[in-house]
Design a protein around this ligand. Structure first.
Ligand code: ADP
Ligand code: ZN
Length: 611
């Protein structure tokens, strides 16, 4: 086998790993802690790896699987995605296979045979399959290089995607103590991490926790005035040529939004749990294999999707909490190229999320935590500070103001909001702490209508005391008071009541800086249309387009997604380097030995034709 034979007895494992990175993957150097992790695993150590999406977790188990004797067993919850992962590895000349219910019996039998005979490098399995008696019996006999447990947060009931079968993976430590275990996740919080270490018995191993920052993602959060118009403007100006994801709260909204984007001339596909498995699989397939497809989805979509060139993620409503926001937006830009995250939100979203929490069957303690997490998200939405700082701080990480989010690029104006806040709180108090923001704003601005008269609220002392400001200003103030936890929203009917903190505020007459309301804050200006095109000089864009077309043809012929052939980054690199020989083509990012041999000439011809 080519990879092992290049490793001689005198190589240190670090040299061998670097050689594989360069020859097989076509990359120059390891990133972050990759080299250290790989070295540790090759030496047989257990590890827990926490790295953001796109950080490069896969190499941490792939390269040790190649360099250790035996097969690497990769446990992954996502059968639908295994075939693509396997295909991407085969393109590199790595012997990989998946064993799951989509694979026919003959292929499974030959993979099992290859495992026993040590003739395969990596095998992907779902935990359900791994835990079957016959599979465990096979592993008892097989040479095992390592166990990699991907999406390891699935072991934790605390995490957002608990899978009971994952919990049973504790058997690996008992039954195969000689094989190193590496658990990988991008999920951040401390209780989840503890559960993973405990369940997979990694106490004797090493923990590698990378920073969470995704510097290539630009964050924008805007109040909703017209969600459709806002999203459309965002996509048209920044991403008309790109793939992206639009998250919606409900199935119905997902279907409607996809249909509407189609009428606007985009290829948009719905994805939610109400669609049949076949439809979902078909839409996922198109999203992966075609270009410029927009997936309109509920949170049912996304985990493990390793499409590297998702250029934007838009939220039509607020997500559940900051973790969910970071996970969902994190699906953009795994290839490291500039990408955008836009969230459009309104006060009503918080009422809906509170309702979800209250109507769930979670115990009360859990509900309280969920409410707090939601508060933190609302704080993020209303912040005048760098968005990235707030998010990283939430995960116990930090950064300087990033210069790549809306609040950094267009710092919001603030004003002394103490008097306005007092008026708002007292309007809530005088009307019995059971009305929502809309009604309270009508009272404050002195709106003379039936509903107010029917309650006799035109006679309260707060009626009309806020007439110096308009509805939009008051909406912004109420949102911030909720985010600051001075007012809390009743989950049932959205009524606002004063919190203990709100009472302190009234008593102590504290100072309060609030953000000024702005109508539709500027949408991202940083990223230009199609991040790939933006990086390339205008005279080279026809070359890039031709390279992409050739890639698409190769991908279609093999029935694989275009990024499996080569990433955008590699094609962009070709427009810079303009290689005129195979030796120079080998210098291009992501062009290893196999890809050079398979595709080098095709792309050389295209570069030649354009120079
Ligand atoms: P994760 O699983 O952590 O989300 P991946 O393993 O999919 O991330 O890697 C993200 C992207 O970065 C992939 O396109 C991968 O090929 C690329 N990558 C990983 N490590 C390196 C490296 N050392 N040099 C260049 N590219 C890398
Ligand atoms: Zn910032």
């Amino acid at each position: 086998m080519p990879i092992m034979s290049s490793v001689t007895a005198t190589d240190s494992s670090a040299d061998a790993a670097l050689r594989v990175l360069q020859k097989t993957y076509g990359f120059d150097a390891f990133r972050g802690a990759q080299a250290e992790i790989i070295d540790h695993v090759i030496r047989g150590g257990h590890s827990f790896v926490l790295m953001p999406t796109g950080g490069g977790k896969s190499l941490c188990y792939q390269i040790p699987s190649l360099l250790r004797d035996g097969v690497g067993i990769i446990v992954s919850p996502l059968i639908a995605l295994m075939q693509n992962q396997v295909e991407a590895l085969r393109q590199l000349g790595i012997r990989a296979a998946a064993i799951n219910s989509n694979v026919d019996g003959g292929s499974i039998a030959s993979t099992k045979d290859a495992i026993l005979r040590g003739l395969i490098d990596l095998v992907y399995v779902a935990p359900e399959r791994l835990l079957m008696d016959d599979f465990l019996a096979l592993l008892d006999e097989a040479p095992i290089a390592l166990f990699a447990i991907d999406e390891a947060h699935c072991v934790s009931q605390w995490g957002h995607d608990f899978r009971p079968h994952y919990k049973q993976l504790s058997i690996l430590a008992e039954r195969y103590p000689y094989a190193p275990r590496i658990a990988l996740t991008a999920t951040a919080d401390a209780p989840t991490r503890r559960d993973i270490v405990e369940c997979l018995k990694l106490e004797d191993g090493r923990s590698f926790v990378a920073g969470f920052d995704r510097p290539n993602i630009h964050y924008t959060i805007v109040p909703r005035d017209n969600a459709r118009a806002q999203i459309l403007r965002f996509i048209r100006t920044n991403h008309a040529e790109d793939s992206g994801i639009v998250y919606c709260l409900s199935r119905k909204l997902t279907d409607e939004t996809a249909a509407w984007l189609e009428t606007e001339g985009f290829t948009a596909l719905p994805y939610h749990a109400g669609l049949s498995a076949e439809v979902r699989a078909r839409h996922l397939e198109r999203f992966l294999k075609e270009e410029k497809v927009i997936m309109v989805a509920t949170i049912a979509f996304g985990m493990g999707i390793d499409k590297p060139d998702v250029r934007f993620v838009a939220h039509m409503t607020i997500p559940k909490n900051i973790e969910a926001y970071y996970q969902e937006t994190g699906r953009a830009g795994r290839d490291g190229l500039p990408s955008n995250a836009l969230m459009v939100y309104g006060a009503q979203d918080a009422v809906m999320q509170r309702n979800f929490i209250e109507t769930s069957d979670a115990p009360d303690a859990q509900k309280r935590i969920e409410h707090q997490k939601l508060n933190a998200l609302l704080g993020l939405c209303e912040a005048a500070q760098c968005r990235r700082q707030i998010v990283l701080d939430y995960f116990g990480d930090s950064c300087a103001p990033c210069g790549n989010c809306d609040t950094c690029l267009t710092p919001p104006e603030t004003f002394d909001g103490a008097i306005a806040a007092q008026k708002a709180l007292s309007a809530a108090y005088r009307t019995g702490q059971r009305f929502g923001a809309g009604y309270l704003i009508d009272v404050l601005t002195g709106k003379d209508d039936e509903r107010i008269r029917s309650h006799g609220h035109e006679k309260t002392s707060t009626f009309g005391i806020g007439a110096d400001m308009g509805k939009t200003e008051w909406q912004a103030i109420f949102r911030q008071l909720i985010a600051l936890n001075l007012l809390s929203v009743d989950a049932d009917h959205g009524g606002l009541s004063i919190t203990a903190q709100g009472q302190d505020f009234l008593r102590e007459k504290k100072e309060l800086r609030l953000r000024k309301a702005e109508k539709s804050r500027g949408l991202p200006k940083a990223a230009r249309s199609g991040a790939a095109d933006a990086a390339v000089a205008p005279e080279d864009r026809p070359l890039l387009a031709a390279l992409k077309a050739a890639r698409m043809e190769l991908a279609r012929a093999q029935g694989v997604p275009p990024y499996v052939i080569l990433h955008d980054k590699s094609l962009i690199d070709m427009t810079f380097l303009k290689p005129d020989t195979l030796e120079r083509m080998a210098l291009v990012h992501g062009v290893g030995e196999q890809k050079l041999e398979k595709y080098g000439r095709t792309f050389l011809k295209i570069v030649a034709a354009h120079s």
